[in-house]
Design a protein around this ligand. Structure first.
Ligand SMILES: [Zn+2]
Ligand SMILES: [Zn+2]
Length: 368
């Protein structure tokens, strides 16, 4: 079928929205009509060419939500009409990692996905010039996409697509990290470094868990103000004194839980140092540049601080995303507050510009 899609033709160049041919789903695959898709930093990072593992030509986009249109042979867990959130991080339930219950890093289709192909090693996307690759196994900057069944979370159809598409990446990363990866306890103190979408998600998750003190560190006054809406009780202007200010707020001990959501290794170091001696747990969520190293003085670990990290906030997509949608529908999670701009597919490059200028939290592409 012919669809409109935003193609990364060359690194460092604007995406080109054009007609693309999408082949029908093969065995284990699903055709999804995309309704909404967030514009995430990872899309922009790949488009810029800075990501050494990036590739083109491909159809970008990974923060999608939509409706199942058609299923390939053997697909049993979703059927036409189901509402789904796309997952760049699948959950097969059968590989050694999934069976362990200890991690969300599913091994089932990892290798082919990283190369830009569906699990059988081929692409469903093409155009006159030749084949196109899939991005993150999702390619949701498009009217339709074909994805593996194990990379779709079936969710409650009552929920608004503009809100739940954010659960495909940014929002879930922060929220799940606080709820399930760090398991923030009621009455605890929390420090979140970075008040973008991931950091604000961690704030929302900590609030949901009943944290008593939620400190948010960021450089932008505007974002710090926004953080209060999501549950921050204290805001701290980012700088050399950030750690000291967290200590001052916690009787000199540090926060029970800290979260890093900037991708800057210097800030990661601050998040470790701001964790409470004895039991403080630091969760790293930002993605650092390739080759960068996190320096930690061993004394911080010997005296009881712990450091962990989690891709997608440690969320198991097919298990946790439907639960987060229910929390949204019950009014426990304010996903609508993350959506700052609504744009069309043709305006996708504007979405990158807005992100570049740190204008708002998220631009969402709406499809017909
Ligand atoms: Zn993302
Ligand atoms: Zn698996």
């Amino acid at each position: 079928m012919k669809i409109r899609a935003a193609v990364l033709e060359a690194f460092g160049e604007p995406l080109v929205v054009q007609d693309v041919e999408l082949a029908p789903p093969k065995a284990g695959e699903v055709l999804v009509k995309i309704k909404s898709c967030g514009v995430c930093h990872t899309d922009m990072y790949t488009a810029s060419g800075a990501d050494p593992s990036g590739y083109c030509d491909c159809v970008l986009g990974h923060e999608g939500a939509g409706i199942v249109e058609e299923v390939g042979a053997g697909v049993t867990s979703v059927r036409p009409g189901d509402h789904v959130v796309t997952l760049f991080s699948p959950e097969c339930g059968e590989c050694v990692n999934c069976r362990s219950g200890k991690t969300n890093i599913c091994l089932a289709i990892r290798e082919q996905q990283n190369r830009g192909y569906l699990p059988d090693g081929t692409s469903r996307l093409s155009r006159a010039k030749g084949p196109l690759r899939h991005f993150m196994g999702t390619s949701t900057f498009a009217e339709y996409t074909v994805m593996p069944e194990i990379a779709l979370a079936k969710v409650n159809p009552e929920a608004d697509f503009d809100a739940i598409c954010l659960l495909a990446c940014g929002a879930t990363t922060g929220i799940a990290a606080a709820l399930w990866k760090a398991e923030v306890e009621a009455g605890s103190s929390v420090a979140v470094f970075g008040a973008g979408m991931v950091g604000l998600g961690a704030v929302a998750g900590a609030k949901l868990r009943g944290a008593e003190k939620i400190m948010v560190v960021d450089m932008s006054d505007e974002r710090l103000e926004l953080a209060k809406q999501f549950g921050a009780t204290h805001t701290i202007k980012a700088g050399d004194e950030s750690v000291q200010q967290v200590l001052d707020q916690t009787d000199g001990f540090g926060a029970d839980y800290t979260f890093e959501a900037t991708g800057l290794v210097g800030v990661m170091g601050q998040a470790v140092e701001a964790a409470r001696m004895g039991w403080g747990l630091c969760t790293i969520l930002g993605v650092a540049g390739r080759g960068e190293k996190l320096e930690v003085v061993p004394r911080f670990l010997i005296t009881g601080r712990k450091v962990q990290g989690g891709s997608f906030g440690g969320a198991k997509g097919r298990t946790h995303v439907p639960q987060l949608v229910e929390m949204y529908l019950r009014g426990e999670l304010d996903l609508d507050g993350f959506v700052s701009h609504r744009i069309t597919l043709d305006e996708v490059n504007k979405g990158f510009d807005l992100m570049h200028h740190q204008d708002g939290i998220r631009s969402v592409i709406q499809f017909a």
